[in-house]
Design a protein around this ligand. Structure first.
Ligand code: HEM
Length: 428
């Protein structure tokens, strides 16, 4: 589909075959980014792993992330930090059981994702359950995602950029400054405590790299990288967990199946472990089915054509923005039977995975721009769900019937539930 919106040529790709052409076959041409004006605030586009063109600086940032944060040994080494946050989620749900109180699943998933990521990035716990302190940070993280995702008339009519008619650039700058102030505080503290205590997190690794005679990253580079990892990781993980729970509560027999699998394979009393995930095929199928129906970033992050290129007989002009509509691919009846139904079972006898090889299911993208956080997201999503499912039964609030759970969507860069999911847990 070709759309001309103001001055911006946009090509929307909605089939797995063409997505493969764009993301793999002609990735040299299509791996740059079409940057929303809002993300030029604080010159983010010039330093950001998510928005830099696929050239040297971007390659360096991707390498550092892979080696220092998302490699299997690194993730295994930081597991203790995450286990603690999962136990807190379990404790919080337990408290709600005792008080007969409903859990706002999105809120609980948000606090846990935020703390899981901030633990992995810089060993800091930002927010507590039962505290209003999460609201401000939540507003900032959601705010950045909304600013990046909401249609900005200044992107289509560049003359308007200066006037910023919807105030999106101003808001983005405000959110960035808030996050940078937090990161500056954390970095200063770490530099002061150097030598007295060593942490096992990304910040430590980045600062260690800078001990070399030729530092790899400036302080600004580090702050913009932390911002990207933080913002890209929290909202996507949260919305995936909330959608998965919404689907499971709408389908009580599926939640039962997932719980029984956990009990049969792992047992009830063991502490949860990341290594369990590979032994839980039904839980894995639940996650795949959630990604199919509710990809957290439904158009991927906008790609850009660096040159004129022909795809499937059509000319894509240089500088066109390319949106890959993974939401539509996930619901295409040519690929999926009963595409609107939540049926994890479809993945039990099908090898399809979401790691960028099978183009009918690419919630993390594919090719060079494949989400670098996938290995961490994989662990977080499965384990948060296991924590919520295996020890608790859930009753919908206000006598709502399963089929009455509202599934409408609210669109930013990430796709959220429009109406928050709330349910009362019962300890099993
Ligand atoms: C369920 C969770 C997640 C989903 C569905 C998701 C999805 C995506 C998608 C679709 C992209 C864009 C791919 C493209 O444009 O082709 C992306 C990029 C990115 N993601 Fe994720 N992501 C998730 C979690 C995370 C986590 C946990 C982190 C880090 C802590 C992260 C960091 C990033 C970064 C830095 C980029 C930009 C990469 C680049 O442009 O080179 N993501 N993600």
């Amino acid at each position: 589909m070709y759309l001309k919106i103001g001055c911006l040529n946009t090509v929307v790709v909605s089939s797995p075959e063409i997505a493969k052409d764009v993301l793999l076959k002609y990735d040299q041409v299509f791996s740059s980014r079409s940057v929303p004006g809002a993300l030029m605030a604080k010159e983010h586009n010039k330093l950001s792993i998510a928005w830099l063109p696929a050239k040297n600086q971007w390659r360096k940032l991707r390498r550092i992330c892979k080696e220092q944060m998302f490699s299997i040994p690194r993730l295994d080494a930081s597991w203790d930090l995450r286990l603690e946050k999962l136990l807190k989620l379990g404790d919080y749900v337990n408290q709600c059981c005792i008080n007969g109180r409903a859990v706002n699943i999105g809120e609980a998933a948000f606090i846990t994702s935020l703390n899981l990521i901030s633990a992995t990035l810089f060993s800091v716990e930002f927010v507590e359950f039962n505290s209003d302190s999460s609201q401000e940070l939540k507003d900032v993280v959601r705010g950045v995602m909304e600013c990046a995702g909401s249609p900005n008339i200044a992107d289509y009519f560049p003359l308007l950029k200066y006037f910023d008619p919807q105030g999106i650039s101003r808001r983005t700058k405000f959110y960035f400054e808030k996050l940078f102030a937090i990161f500056d505080g954390i970095i200063d503290q770490r530099l002061q405590s150097r030598g007295t205590s060593m942490k096992n997190d990304l910040l430590q690794a980045l600062l260690d790299l800078n001990q070399n005679p030729e530092p790899e990253l400036s302080r600004d580079d580090i702050k913009h990288l932390l911002l990207d990892l933080f913002v890209a990781g929290v909202d996507t993980t949260t919305s995936t967990v909330e959608w998965a729970m919404a689907e499971l509560l709408r389908n009580p027999n599926k939640i039962l199946k997932a719980r029984n699998e956990f009990r049969d394979v792992i047992g009830m009393n063991d502490l949860i472990q990341e290594s369990y995930i590979s032994r839980l095929p039904y839980l894995q199928a639940v996650v795949k089915e959630t990604f199919r129906l509710h990809p957290a970033i439904p158009f991927l992050v906008p790609h850009k054509a660096d040159d004129d290129a022909e795809i499937n007989g059509y000319m894509v002009p240089k500088n066109a923005q390319i949106l890959v509509n993974v939401w539509a691919s996930g619901r295409d009846s040519n690929t999926w039977s009963s595409p609107e139904s939540f049926m994890p079972e479809r993945f039990l006898d099908r090898k399809t995975d979401f790691k960028g090889q099978d183009f009918e299911l690419i919630p993390f993208g594919a090719g060079r721009r494949l989400c670098p956080g996938l290995p961490l997201a994989y662990r977080m999503v499965h384990l948060m769900l296991a924590t919520l499912i295996c020890n608790f039964e859930w009753l919908l609030e206000e006598g709502l019937k399963p089929e009455e759970v509202d599934m409408s969507e609210k669109f930013g860069l990430a796709l959220q539930k429009a109406i928050p999911l709330k349910a009362v847990p019962i300890k099993l």
